[in-house]
Ligand binder design. Structure first.
Ligand code: AHR
Length: 658
């Protein structure tokens, strides 16, 4: 095959390969956001989710969620505990998110708000423990093996915050937190938190370090957040509202997650969004991992697969004399949220929303340059909302680039119409999603070969090969899927002049609490691993180079031939030519790579190879690195480089030269 080194096509976009984050599969609470207490403020709709009385209501005299003189207007509920007979089992346990993962000797800050009522309750005993036998009903067993203990004394008749550091004596993946009281009478408890001190960059309210590190190791160009369908909500009430996710953490109101079982039987019964990981933290995460922030905002439409609820169009769409909004938010509210978001991210301390960012500890702007309008929406109702939304946003912030949606399916009349309209409206990026069988990815490597070279660019905002069927619970993150994605990605790279960004989806999943598979990274309460798909993404991202080079496959084919796929770039900064090759075949294959027009070639190249005979090969918690890129050196004898590709392999050749 021939790489036209002396005929560069265009620059590779600097953000080309990035991350898609959604709070699905316990990605935020129970995952990246390491708060260990579930339902810490008793504000979930089902107020006691996560909590169990040890002795039970009869033994405790009474326990209930109360709203009688709460901590504040934004924290309206707390737990009121009444004890008639004192004893070591007068209290509650919190189960965490499928248990609490704690490490021996590490430090965890326990904090709580307490208020003493009538009676003699004098102390709160705090025990982090390995559970004994778990109770099935609302009550639970008191028995457990203590890992760390503390006692909080000095309770008063006023709400007061107390904190203490716990250091577990052993590592446990599924610990629980037990709270009991000394004495009899009434005590009020709220905002119970157990938060690891070891967070990424040791930030307060920071994130789980091993998971952030996996993200950072991808060298991601951008971070898309907060989703996904949770942007839309099952109904508009259930949509993601970024303004509710900033400011003091204890005041953020939780909301039922749209991946909760309430909405679909096979989802998860106890799934809420605490918003401890909110928009400020997302922007900070993007900055920490060197990715451009890409927030996606609701366009005034709930999920079209479900309620399809619409916000009325309002004055931006219908003119200043449009009928009054009544109580319902119109599209104007959604547009205003976007304008305010730009101010929150980039505005000065003197601006209303910029001041909030500064107050949260980030005086410098977050340099927001892109916003997505709508997640996965389509049809005329999307387009009539998108147009005024984009117009108003652009008028105020011309430098902000807009990502628009092409809907869920990458083919068909509806899709073609949507993209044609968006292109006519000069949309900057069109977000296409592909969830399909592995063969679809290999068969559509040429998808962008004939795409118009001017006008709207493509954002491949969500994609993943599905081994069994779309979002089937039986899907596996296997090598067949990952290698097929790699083949497809050579097509993205060969068309990097029109494909500006791409991200695999979804990003994270907890092994005990997922609603969707496959996913890029899996974790439990203590450990995590990158799937084989993760390492494919990483290879492309870490080797994306700076300049696209044309490639011709044997026989003059452009996109792929006989299950051989290829793309090439120059990495001007490193002084390397980089060739990516996918051999989707059970036989080894020797290729001769003609680096036409190359100058100053070095003598030794570097090969990064992922190969597995068995297409069902997968990484796992037990074997996290079963299949990862292996590095070796090879001799470069001249401008025609001969290299033997392993069966079922992705190979990245880095050859010094230009
Ligand atoms: O990635 C999972 C879901 O797939 C996303 O929430 C949605 O945008 C798409 O349908």
């Amino acid at each position: 095959l021939t790489v036209q080194v002396s005929k560069p096509v265009a620059a590779v976009p600097k953000n080309m390969f990035g991350l898609f984050f959604e709070d699905i599969n316990f990605a935020a609470d129970g995952g990246l956001y390491p708060e260990l207490v579930k339902n810490k403020s008793f504000e979930y709709d089902d107020h006691l989710i996560g909590w169990k009385a040890i002795r039970g209501a009869a033994g405790l005299a009474d326990y209930r969620v109360s709203g009688d003189q709460p901590i504040g207007a934004t924290n309206r509920h707390f737990l009121r505990l009444s004890v008639k007979t004192a004893g070591p089992d007068a209290g509650f346990v919190n189960e965490g998110f499928r248990g609490m993962g704690v490490k021996q000797g590490a430090e965890y800050t326990f904090s709580v708000y307490l208020r003493r009522g009538p009676g003699s309750i004098s102390a709160l005993n705090v025990t982090l423990e390995e559970p004994g036998q778990r109770g099935g009903g609302p009550e639970t067993s008191a028995s457990g093996q203590a890992l760390a203990q503390a006692q909080i004394t000095g309770l008063t008749g006023e709400w007061k915050k107390y904190s203490v550091v716990l250091r577990p004596s052993a590592t446990a993946a599924k610990a629980r937190l037990k709270l009991t009281v000394e004495g009899t009478g009434t005590a009020d408890i709220d905002v119970v938190s157990l938060f690891p001190k070891d967070t990424y960059l040791k930030r307060e309210n920071g994130l789980r370090p091993d998971l952030v590190q996996l993200l950072k190791d991808m060298k991601p160009g951008f971070l898309r957040f907060p989703g996904g369908c949770i942007v839309e909500g099952m109904t508009l009430d259930n949509r993601y509202q970024w303004k509710e996710t900033i400011g003091e953490v204890a005041s953020r109101q939780p909301m039922i997650n749209r991946w909760n079982k309430e909405f679909k039987q096979r989802y998860t019964p106890d799934y809420y969004q605490s918003f401890g990981l909110g928009f400020f933290e997302y922007f900070q995460l993007a900055e920490d991992i060197g990715a451009e922030p890409l927030p996606i905002l609701n366009v005034g439409m709930a999920c079209q697969f479900n309620s399809a609820e619409l916000a009325p169009l309002g004055s931006a769409a219908k003119g200043p004399n449009a009928a009054g909004p009544g109580d319902e938010p119109t599209l104007d509210t959604f547009i205003q949220d976007a304008l305010d978001l730009v101010e929150f991210a980039n505005g000065p301390a003197s601006s209303t929303w910029g001041a909030k960012r500064v107050a949260m500890g980030h005086p410098a702007p977050f340099n927001l340059t892109m916003i997505g309008i709508g997640n996965e929406q389509w049809g005329p109702q999307y387009l009539e909302r998108y147009e005024p939304f984009a117009r108003v946003l652009k008028a105020k912030y011309p430098a902000i680039q807009i990502v628009s949606s092409a809907g869920p399916s990458p083919e068909g009349e509806l899709f073609d119409k949507a993209t044609a309209t968006l292109r006519a409206q000069k949309a900057e990026f069109i977000d296409e999603h592909y969830y399909a069988k592995p063969e679809w990815f290999r068969q559509h490597v040429d998808r962008y070969d004939n795409y118009p070279r001017t006008g709207s660019k493509i954002f491949a905002g969500e994609y993943a090969a599905q081994s069994v069927g779309i979002a089937s619970p039986a899907n596996k993150n296997n090598w067949d899927c990952a290698l097929s994605e790699a083949a497809f990605m050579t097509g993205l790279e060969r068309n990097a002049d029109v494909v500006a960004m791409a991200s695999y989806a979804p990003l994270f999943a907890h092994v005990d609490a997922w609603q969707w598979t496959p996913n890029l990274i899996w974790f439990d309460n203590l450990n995590a691993y990158g799937t084989v798909n993760y390492y494919v993404q990483q290879l492309f991202s870490q080797n994306k180079g700076t300049t696209m080079l044309p490639v011709q496959l044997p026989g003059g084919a452009k996109s792929g031939t006989d299950n051989l796929f290829a793309s090439a770039v120059a990495d001007d900064a490193a002084g390397d030519l980089v060739v990516k090759l996918v051999n989707y075949s059970t036989a080894p294959r020797t290729v001769k790579v003609n680096l036409a027009g190359a100058k100053k070639l070095g003598k030794t190249g570097r090969a990064l190879v992922m190969a597995a005979d068995d297409l069902n090969t997968q990484n796992s918690l037990q074997e996290p690195k079963k299949l990862t890129p292996q590095e070796s050196k090879f001799a470069v004898a001249g401008p025609v480089v001969s290299y033997t590709l392993a069966p079922n392999s992705l190979t990245v050749l880095r050859i010094p030269g230009k």
